[in-house]
Design a protein around this ligand. Structure first.
Ligand SMILES: [Zn+2]
Length: 471
C-alpha cells in the first residue's frame, strides 16, 4: 500500500454500537432475535417529517422518494404493541441506562445533567415509527490506545433497528424482533490518524463495553461505523464492519477510491457507504444531516443518578491481575476472564492445588480432550468434585486429566483405580526400592515406580523423593 496518511491529511472517527442483554429499551419484551416463521405480518408506509429546525433531512427524503412500503414480521410472545408503534414507549429500561452510564464513565465522559430522549428520523423502514429513539448520556471523554488519548465525543443509549430480511422493488421486509434492543453508541472524535489505529481504538472500546458484563455476544451484537476524510476528498461514513481486522483493509480501499477520483479531476461526494465482505465499499445512501433530530415528547427527561454508577475493572485489568497474582500465562488468564470463571474461588477453596494446575484443567483440559479424542466435556460439571478429591490427596492431581477423559468417553470413573498412596507410604516404598536395587540408576528406579503407580502418584513428587533418598 505505502499510503502516507499524514500527507493525505487522513482524519478518522469511529462509532461503535453494542447490543445489551436484558429486556428492551422501551418495553418489557425480551432481547431475543428470532428468525423462524412469524406469527403475523403488518404493512406500513412511512413519511419524512421535518426536524427541529423545520427542514426535512436529505437522507429521509432520499428514502421517501423510493415510495416503498414495508412488511414487518412479528411474534406474539416476544414483540408487543410498542414495537408495532401502536402504544407509547414505556419508561426507559433502568438496567440498560445503568450500563450506558457505566460505559460513559469508564470512557472518562462528562455525564449530562439531564437525559432527553430524542427522535432521529429514519424512514428506510428499519423502524416502524419512522424514527429511532436515542439519548445522549455522556460526552467529552477519552480512551487511551498506545500512548495516545483519543477523544470520545459522545456516549448514547438508543434503540436497535429492525433487521432487514429482504429488499424488493416495491417493498422491504423486516424482522421486528430486533427492534428496541438497547444499544450503546460510542462516537470518537476525528482524532484517529491511521487505519491500524482505528482498529485498535475499536477493539479497546469493544473491550470496555464487554467489561460491563451486560453485552450481547455473537455476530451482529457489536458493529462499527468509520468516518474518514482526506484532503481534497469528502467525508464518507462506512457502515457494517463485522470484525476489527477488516477495518484497515476496507479503509485503505476507500482512501484509494477517493484518490483515484481526485486524480481524474472529480470531487468525491459525502455519502454513506457499505463495508463489503471482499474489503471494498459500495454506495448506500446520502449522508444524513442535523435536520433529523427532534425531542421525544412521550418520555419525561431523566436526571441520572451519577453517584450510583460504579466503574468496574476492565477485562484487560482483570487479566493482568490474574497473570500477576497467580503466575499464570496471559493466555490462560485471558481465557479465565473471557469465560467469566470465578478463578479466585477455586484457588482459595483448593489450597493444596497449584493455581496453574487449576487454570490448566479448567481451560485446556476440555480443549485437549476434544483435540485428542474428539469428545466434548463440560469440565465445570466435574471440576469441584475432582479438585476436592485431589486437594485431599484422595487422588493425585495427575489423575484428573485421565478421569476427565474417561468421563468424556461416557465411562464411570473408578476412583479406587487412581487412589493415591500417602506421601508417607510412598516414601517408605521408595526407601525399600533403593535398598533392594542399590546399583540401579535413578531413571531405572523411576521406571519401576511409575510402572506400579502410574496415575496414582505425581511424577515430579516421586522424582523429588527418589533424589532425596539416594543422597
Ligand atoms: Zn415490546
Amino acid at each position: 500500500m505505502g499510503l502516507d496518511y499524514e500527507k493525505l491529511g487522513l482524519k478518522i472517527g469511529i462509532e461503535c454500537h453494542q447490543q445489551l442483554e436484558g429486556h428492551k429499551l422501551f418495553c418489557n419484551c425480551p432481547t431475543e432475535i428470532r428468525k423462524d416463521n412469524p406469527d403475523f405480518k403488518i404493512t406500513r408506509r412511512l413519511r419524512a417529517s421535518a426536524g427541529e429546525v423545520g427542514r426535512v433531512d436529505q437522507a429521509a427524503l432520499y428514502e421517501q422518494q423510493k415510495h416503498k412500503y414495508f412488511v414487518y414480521h412479528a411474534y406474539n410472545d416476544i414483540t408487543c404493541n410498542v414495537e408495532l408503534d401502536e402504544e407509547p414507549p414505556h419508561p426507559v429500561n433502568q438496567e440498560a441506562l445503568k450500563a450506558a452510564l457505566q460505559v460513559a464513565k469508564m470512557l472518562n465522559c462528562k455525564i449530562v445533567d439531564e437525559i432527553q430522549v430524542m427522535r432521529k428520523t429514519v424512514i428506510d423502514g428499519s423502524n416502524t415509527s419512522g424514527f429511532q429513539r436515542t439519548m445522549l448520556i455522556g460526552m467529552n471523554g477519552f480512551v487511551e490506545v498506545g500512548n495516545r488519548k483519543i477523544g470520545i465525543e459522545s456516549a448514547c443509549l438508543e434503540e436497535e433497528a429492525c433487521q432487514i430480511i429482504e429488499r424488493k422493488k416495491e417493498y422491504d421486509v423486516y424482522n421486528l424482533s430486533r427492534l428496541g434492543i438497547p444499544l450503546i453508541e460510542i462516537a470518537t472524535s476525528a482524532d484517529i490518524k491511521t487505519p491500524e489505529e482505528a482498529r485498535e481504538v475499536a477493539a479497546k472500546i469493544g473491550m470496555i463495553l464487554r467489561s460491563t458484563g451486560k453485552c450481547k455476544r455473537g455476530i451482529g451484537s457489536i458493529r462499527q461505523d468509520v468516518n474518514l476524510s482526506i484532503k481534497g476528498g469528502a467525508r464518507v461514513e462506512i457502515k457494517g464492519f463485522q470484525e476489527y481486522k477488516s477495518i484497515p483493509k476496507i479503509m485503505n480501499y476507500e482512501i484509494e477510491r477517493q484518490l483515484k477520483l481526485i486524480k481524474q479531476g472529480k470531487k468525491p461526494e459525502e455519502q454513506v457507504r457499505k463495508a463489503e465482505p471482499d474489503f471494498t465499499t459500495s454506495y448506500l445512501r446520502p449522508m444524513p444531516g442535523m435536520d433529523r433530530m427532534y425531542p421525544e415528547t412521550d418520555i419525561p427527561t431523566i436526571v441520572p443518578e451519577i453517584k450510583d454508577v460504579k466503574i468496574v475493572k476492565t477485562i484487560e485489568e482483570k487479566t493482568k491481575e490474574l497473570e500477576k497474582n497467580y503466575d499464570i500465562s496471559k493466555d490462560l488468564a485471558s481465557q479465565l476472564v473471557k469465560q467469566n470463571i470465578d478463578f479466585e474461588n477455586y484457588v482459595n477453596k483448593y489450597k493444596n492445588l497449584k493455581a496453574k494446575f487449576i487454570a490448566d484443567t479448567l481451560i485446556n483440559a476440555p480443549k485437549e480432550i476434544k483435540k485428542r479424542f474428539g469428545k466434548e466435556i463440560n469440565v465445570f460439571e466435574y471440576a469441584h468434585d475432582l479438585f476436592a478429591r485431589a486437594d485431599s490427596g484422595d487422588i493425585p492431581s495427575s489423575a484428573v486429566f485421565e478421569i476427565l477423559t474417561e468421563i468424556a468417553h461416557s465411562k464411570k470413573p473408578d476412583y479406587d483405580k487412581y487412589k493415591g498412596i500417602s506421601d508417607k507410604e510412598l516414601e517408605k516404598e521408595i526407601a525399600e526400592l533403593i535398598k533392594k536395587n542399590p546399583d540401579a540408576p535413578i531413571k531405572a528406579l523411576m521406571g519401576m515406580l511409575m510402572a506400579k503407580y502410574r496415575g496414582k502418584v505425581d511424577g515430579k513428587k516421586a522424582m523429588d523423593l527418589l533424589k532425596k533418598h539416594m543422597k
